[in-house]
Design a protein around this ligand. Structure first.
Ligand SMILES: NC(=O)c1ccc[n+]([C@@H]2O[C@H](COP(=O)([O-])OP(=O)(O)OC[C@H]3O[C@@H](n4cnc5c(N)ncnc54)[C@H](OP(=O)(O)O)[C@@H]3O)[C@@H](O)[C@H]2O)c1
Length: 361
């Protein structure tokens, strides 16, 4: 109604009309809301894009415009209504998560207009923060989006999982599943830096090619083309596996246990093959090999290792500068494509880190 009146008032003045429309548009923010809890692999219809008024920051608040949004496998777990290490998303609420953006206006003295920040505002164009969840990022040192990938949470997951839990020694064999993804691709390269023999698996020939020819892993295979995973691992790891960086679970874990060496270590980072199951699957039938081989399996959450952040940033920056660490990103454009990007994680549609880029109006 109000907009109709504005249209009439501005009928004779196209320039004013444009300004009004522009102002109204600018005062909105689009967000992605959980419409219903997904069953199995999520569908785009499980999400809804909504337009909400863009609030100005109040006392002690900062307004941030998102530039890159992260989609991550762990978010699938948060879409289930159950008690976990992190609270479930509620139906009707906007999905929260990692993002990098720029301060539009600030009523917090530490943050200035124009600052680039890493935050947790999630799947939305704009959000308000009191600053407690924000970290400055240096847009001159690294590309902005890398703070959500190689120099962010996935990179640090690779770092603490491999180095602190896996404890790699020179000449040991490290096997990495989901090896071409955000975490896996960094694990492969840190393991190479530490002098290990590295074997990776991924879900396409293109990914396998990248692992071998660009990341320099010693062997890699397309697990989707393999009939007997255990035999395939035996072929690529003739001296057995000393460290398995677990990203996938299910059949991968079963096949790995057949091939682990005595005193091997398994940092259990994720089990993405299990996240969309609608029925419980039987566990590995060879778990008892853990005893005879004296294996160590340890689940971990990167969020428990914040004290490692300064050392991680120092090492990672050095490795990036020396060219020892390379990375790729798969970037979809526009907030409306965020569900598609998220769902793509479970279909192997990403090479490296999956992200969404938002273009300013
Ligand atoms: N513990 C922690 O603190 C922590 C932190 C971050 C991530 N994680 C975990 O680390 C793992 C990797 O996360 P990420 O962010 O780096 O994701 P990502 O590897 O970049 O993307 C997910 C990849 O998983 C593979 N995948 C999907 N469904 C699969 C299935 N059913 N079987 C085998 N592979 C499948 C796909 O690659 P292919 O083409 O190779 O199939 C896909 O590209 C996930 O399990 C995640 O939950 C844990």
């Amino acid at each position: 109604m109000i907009f109709g009146e504005i249209l009439v008032a501005c009928k004779s003045n196209q320039h004013n009309l444009f300004n009004w429309r522009h102002t109204l548009k600018k005062m909105k923010s689009r967000e992605i809301v959980l419409r219903r809890r997904p069953v199995g692999i999520p569908e785009e219809s499980d999400f809804l894009i909504v337009e909400v008024p863009r609030k100005e920051p109040g006392e002690g608040e900062i307004l941030i415009r998102n530039i890159y949004i992260s989609v991550d496998p762990y978010m699938r777990g948060r879409m289930v209504d159950r008690k976990s290490y992190t609270p479930s998303f509620q139906v009707g609420e906007t999905i929260t998560g990692g993002c990098v953006g720029q301060v539009v206006s600030s009523n917090v003295s530490e943050f200035q207009e124009g600052d680039f920040v890493l935050g947790f505002g999630g799947w939305r164009e704009y959000y308000l923060s009191d600053g407690s969840d924000l970290t400055w990022v240096d847009a001159d040192a690294l590309p902005l989006q890398s703070y959500l990938g190689v120099a962010g949470m996935p990179g640090m997951t690779a770092y603490v999982g491999l180095l602190d839990i896996g404890q790699p020694q020179e000449n040991e064999t490290v096997y990495v599943s989901a090896a071409s993804g955000a975490v896996g691709s960094i694990v492969c390269q840190i393991a190479k830096i530490k002098g290990c023999r590295v074997v990776g698996s991924a879900g396409s020939d293109q990914k396998v090619d990248w692992l071998i020819h660009e990341l320099g892993v010693d062997a890699a295979f397309n697990y989707k083309k393999v009939a007997d995973l255990s035999a395939e691992l035996r072929k690529h790891c003739p001296d057995g596996i000393d460290i398995y960086f677990e990203n996938v679970g299910g059949e991968h874990l079963q096949a790995v246990l057949d091939n682990m060496n005595a005193f091997g270590r398994i940092p259990v980072c994720g089990m993405i093959s299990q996240y969309n199951l609608t029925e419980a699957q039987p566990g590995p039938t060879n778990l008892s090999s853990i005893i005879g081989k004296r294996l160590m399996l340890k689940g971990f959450l990167v969020s428990d290792h914040r004290e490692r952040l300064p050392q991680f940033m120092k090492d990672m920056t050095g490795w990036i500068q020396s060219g020892e660490i390379k990375w790729k990103e798969t970037i979809l454009e526009g907030i409306e494509n965020t569900p598609k990007a998220f769902i793509g994680l479970f279909k192997g549609e990403n090479l490296g880190k999956m992200l969404v880029h938002l273009t300013p109006e």
